[in-house]
Write a protein that binds this ligand. Structure first.
Ligand code: DGL
Length: 283
């Protein structure tokens, strides 16, 4: 039994890295749907179906739990799959399985409040507004999940979402750093102009962006805190597993990497981030 980690491509490795460090003994299977990356510009129903297929594949590999290490899939597909597909699939497999996302832990980290908390003090005077920029794919931006869920919990946080339509594709293709830096600078500038000043904090709301987190840090006002999605997800998974011992994670420490795209090594940007050579099997 193992923990499955799913993304449209290599971005999910940023979450995977934190999970592997947090659960060194667990068995992991990573799946990148690189034949279909990027998801961020696709219609919602396509994202749901691609995500469902990815999860099905990981369950077939023996995973009990699948973490959607992809904001786009989590924002668009997670609730649908949990409501309409997982219950029947659980029955078909005859074992407990589930799919978890990364947005809930990120919002908990951004608000400093547990998910169950919703603001009761509407109408109270806000002394100081905390402006939060979210960089993400167009599909995540269109879902408005960060605005809606943060607004429900914190009256003193204003969310400005900046869709970055090219960035995941460029990172996936291993674009030159100078091109990535220029693209990121343009988005930081665009959101800063829209806000009217620099944001106080930021979320890299697409797992691919963490691979070039240093370029975001360089483009944002020095010292702007970033909410760390991989860390938040690892802590949330630890708490979930504690509450749900029925999900088995394995104990041999195996790591498998599957791709629907080109098997073998990934480009240098990924290996530098991961810190070791990686070889992908065909999915
Ligand atoms: N890494 C993904 C995310 O977190 C998806 C990027 C894409 O496929 O467009 O949103």
């Amino acid at each position: 039994m193992a923990i499955g980690v799913f993304d449209s491509g290599i971005g999910g490795l940023t979450i995977h890295h934190a999970l592997v460090e947090r659960f060194p003994k667990a068995d992991f299977v990573f799946l990148g749907d690189q034949a279909n990356v990027p998801y961020g510009g696709r219609p919602g129903e396509e994202i749901v179906e691609l995500t469902r297929r990815g999860c099905e594949r990981l369950f077939a590999e023996g995973c009990d739990l699948v973490v959607l290490a992809c904001n786009t899939a989590a924002a668009v597909a997670l609730r649908r799959l949990q409501q309409t597909w997982i219950p029947g699939h659980r029955q078909a497999l005859g074992r407990p399985v589930n799919v978890l996302g990364i947005i809930v832990p990120t919002i908990e980290a951004a608000t400093g409040l547990p998910w169950e908390h919703e603001a009761e003090r509407r109408g109270e005077k806000v002394e100081k507004l905390d402006v939060l920029a979210v960089f993400c794919t167009p599909a995540t931006a269109a879902s408005r999940v960060y605005e809606i869920e943060i607004d429900k919990r914190r009256q003193d946080v204003a969310v400005f979402t900046e869709p970055c339509p090219n960035l995941a594709r460029m990172i996936e293709a291993g674009a030159p750093r100078a091109d990535l830096a220029a693209e990121i600078e343009a988005h930081v500038k665009a959101v800063t102009t829209r806000i009217g000043r620099a944001p106080d904090r930021a979320i890299l709301g697409c797992t691919h962006y963490e691979i070039v987190g240093d370029l975001f840090r360089a483009a944002l006002k020095p010292g702007t805190p970033l909410i760390h999605q991989p860390q938040a997800t690892a802590e949330a998974l630890a708490a979930y597993l504690e509450r749900h011992p029925e999900f088995r994670t394995g104990d041999a420490g195996t790591r498998r990497f599957l791709t629907t795209g080109k098997p073998g090594a990934q480009h240098a940007l990924v290996e530098t981030f991961w810190g070791a050579p990686l070889s992908f099997e065909p999915a």
